[in-house]
Design a protein around this ligand. Structure first.
Ligand code: GLN
Ligand code: ZN
Length: 757
């Protein structure tokens, strides 16, 4: 028997799942949704695909032997939108309930008549939810059709489910008050709605309900904590058992509050925050059940049974086996469906991975102390730990050899600025773009043909050369000051780089829902990252040879590569980020040697990497900023480093943005009408800034006057020598005609203002 195994005397533990990916093994839901939206399928066809997927997924969970299987975790678009429909709180501009399928998708997707609800990231994941809009006039008329339908569908298969609800406070706090309205004012009505919903479930003889309250792992003030007590004291009157479910971090200082809610059960994430187990065990009330989230729901690695088992054993010792449930750390929504179809992945790496289906098997094996599974787990862990392919001594050495000066430019910005001005000879208010130019159907067609072997590398490269040459000519004709090559060779800003780097693996079907029907296939970082050969040098140098104007080389930054990949769990994120930074540093050096005088390192995901608890921010920001500096600091003063970020809420991390010490930062700001600049001004941001002067998310061509006006706003708060002129973001999703017109207008606006200064 294995050392870490649960002792036989404990007996088999109960198991639960918290949510299953809904797209389907082959992304059936995506294709059904898109066919429905384009009018190729009718509502009934979409509904039957969805029902079929739910049935398949329930059966999988049943076969895996799970005791508690969720329902209402499915969604046609987003679980937060479903929760709004359930409580009947749809924003007034979309009409009133009961919500039809057409209305449902109107709330989710932009149409010519109506803009959809806003979308934002679900905690620190890459899943996007629709942001509830709270206003005075919202009424709560519960609509339990979907909820009950799923309960009944599962019953038809002989499966009693534990329905999932987003908890009332999490739902409320994830939303925004319209026009300054305080969402907390809705608490009494919202509570009544939840009481009614629980009553409906009780009438259906539902025993347990999973109530997701991930807000409990964030910093909450005393008002919110007391709101929790108030709401749950009402919910307690309905005799159904609630599994208060937290994930993504520690409950920490909300533990007392969480316990006082007196729910029948509590779920904690002991993958992200194992240290909370002890204090939770101490705090639990005598009858409360503990669901131990010990199989990671948001990464793809096999579980270390020999780490999980002692945690389970400790819980059992304290509570008794009947009060312990084995579960994933969070919903499995954030991992791909199954590994079976991965034929091209190296079998060795594959043996270290577990996707949703395989994670169900792990949960069962942990709960039943399956001897064979424990042996297989031990063997796979040992193999992973000893694999030579995961550790690269050169990379490790390079990291230990780093000195403080490797994170610093040679001279401070004011000195560099003088040298750069001399070197680059740019006009005041220099114009540029963020990097990508339209990825037309033709570009995608060639890339796909090359990938599938229908086009030779020579043919594909000839096409790319042509595209770059045309793009350069067009930028010269428009009159831009700093040119780019257009990024036509890039499928994606992370995958493109990952494919050149050692330490990355790729799946064929490792899709994860990002929002609605949109899925992403993150690369897997399995080993130390290094760069065997240059990645962007060839195309950047080629583009440079075509023009006498300064050409900007484009790289994706270390934090963005990290955030948009599945990361290792056997070394720290910081270490991986710094390894990526070292690889990119080599690329920066190669570009510089090749005479590229401006290099942009995009970090749109810098802010996304922020931990959920503010106390953890300084540590993250410190190593994240250093990763950027490690990437960019080796260059001469003459070489100008740019960076780019897309989302505008930067106020709270502005000191860190300044600490990047990029010579120029371009950022999204057109939609907020340059609001962010005030923060830059009040922090006396020292370096140069290109606040986006037009929104690239729509095909609309802004006039020169409009952009001139935005630029004037920028000039009100910044010194003219600080300001660059550029769009909000890359132009890859746009068409050529609107791109050309908009950039022409942009250059016109810059020109006019130059004359006024
Ligand atoms: N250089 C990238 C582009 O232009 C930046 C994309 C991004 O910020 N997300 O497409
Ligand atoms: Zn961007």
């Amino acid at each position: 028997m294995f050392e870490g195994n649960l002792s036989k005397s404990i007996g088999k533990l109960k198991t639960a799942n918290l949510g299953f990916p809904r797209m389907g093994r082959q992304r059936e839901l995506k294709f059904a949704l898109e066919a429905y939206w384009s009018g190729k399928r009718v509502e009934q066809e979409l509904m039957s695909t969805a029902a079929q997927l739910r049935r398949e997924h329930w059966k999988l969970q049943q076969v895996a032997g799970l005791n508690s299987i969720p329902s209402n975790d499915f969604s046609l678009y987003d679980q937060v939108l479903d929760a709004l429909v359930l409580v009947g709180a749809i924003p007034e501009r979309f009409g009133s309930g009961p919500v039809t399928l057409e209305q449902y998708f109107q709330m989710a997707r932009n149409s010519p008549e109506q803009s959809a609800m806003e979308m934002t990231k679900w905690f620190d994941t890459n899943y996007h939810y629709l942001v509830p809009e709270w206003s005075e006039g919202i009424s709560f008329n519960i609509d339990t059709r979907k909820l009950l339908n799923e309960v009944h569908e599962a019953r038809d298969l002989g499966i009693e489910t534990r329905p999932v609800l987003i908890g009332p406070l999490t739902l409320l706090l994830l939303g925004k008050g319209v026009n300054g309205f305080d969402p907390m004012a809705l608490l009494p009505k919202l509570t009544t709605a939840y009481v009614q919903i629980l009553q409906v479930l009780e009438a259906e003889n539902i025993e347990w309900v999973q109530v997701d309250e991930p807000m409990l792992v964030t910093d909450l003030d005393a008002n919110v904590q007391s709101a929790y007590r108030q709401v749950y004291s009402e919910l307690k009157r309905v005799p159904v058992k609630l599994m208060l479910t937290t994930y993504f971090d520690t409950i920490g200082d909300n533990l007392r509050t969480a316990i006082e809610l007196d729910t029948a059960g509590l779920h904690i994430d002991v993958v992200r925050a194992p240290e909370q187990l002890e204090e939770t065990l101490q705090a639990l009330q005598p009858e409360q059940v503990l669901s131990v989230g010990c199989v990671e729901g948001r990464n793809i690695w096999l579980t270390d049974f020999f780490l999980a088992t002692p945690l389970l054993r400790k819980a059992v010792r304290q509570l008794g086996a009947d009060r312990v449930i084995v579960a994933p750390s969070c919903s499995l929504l954030h991992v791909p469906h199954d590994l079976r179809s991965e034929a091209e992945l190296s079998p060795r790496i594959k043996s270290w991975l577990r996707f949703a289906e395989e994670k169900l098997a792990e949960i069962s094996a942990l709960a039943s102390r399956d001897e064979v599974a424990y042996q297989a787990n031990a063997a796979a862990l040992a193999d992973r730990a000893s694999a030579e392919t995961t550790t690269n001594p050169n990379v490790r050495e390079a990291l230990t050899a780093l000195r403080p000066q490797d994170f610093l430019r040679r001279s401070p910005y004011p000195q560099r600025a003088i040298v750069q001005r001399n070197e680059l000879q740019l006009p005041l208010l220099p114009t540029t773009t963020i990097g990508s130019f339209p990825q037309t159907a033709e570009v995608r067609k060639h890339r796909a043909a090359h990938k599938h072997g229908h086009e030779t590398s020579e043919q594909y490269e000839a096409f790319l050369k042509d595209a770059i040459a045309q793009c350069i000519r067009e930028q010269e004709r428009i009159g831009l000051d700093v040119l780019v090559h257009g990024e036509f060779e890039r499928n994606d800003m992370v995958e493109y780089f990952a494919e050149f780097l050692d330490g990355f693996a790729f799946t064929e079907s490792g899709w994860v829902q990002s929002y609605g029907s949109r899925c992403v296939k993150p690369p897997i970082i399995y080993g130390d990252v290094s760069r065997p050969a240059p990645m962007t040098l060839k195309w950047t140098s080629y583009a440079r040879s075509l023009t006498s104007r300064p050409l900007k080389g484009m790289l994706t930054g270390p934090i963005t590569v990290l955030q948009w990949s599945f990361v290792r769990n056997d070394i720290s994120r910081q270490l991986t980020a710094w390894q990526i930074a070292l690889a990119l540093r080599d690329e920066v050096q190669d570009l510089e040697v090749a005479g590229i005088r401006i290099i942009q390192v995009d970090e749109p995901a810098l802010r996304e990497g922020l931990p959920l608890r503010c106390a953890d921010w300084p540590h993250y920001l410190d190593w994240a900023v250093k990763a950027f500096k490690l990437t960019t600091s080796s260059v001469e003063d003459e070489t100008q480093i740019h960076t780019h970020m897309c989302y505008c809420e930067f106020e709270d991390i502005l000191p860190s943005i300044a600490a990047l010490d990029a010579d120029v930062i371009s950022m999204e700001s057109a939609r907020s009408r340059m609001e962010l600049l005030e923060a830059f001004q009040s922090h006396q941001y020292p370096n140069e800034i290109g606040p986006g002067v037009y929104d690239i998310h729509s095909p609309r061509v802004p006039s020169a006057e409009e952009m001139q006006e935005l630029l004037s706003l920028a000039l009100d708060v910044l010194k003219p020598a600080q300001v660059w002129v550029n769009p909000d973001c890359g132009l890859k999703t746009r068409g050529w005609p609107e791109t050309v017109s908009a950039l022409e207008n942009m250059c016109k606006a810059a020109d006019r203002l130059r004359n006024q200064i």
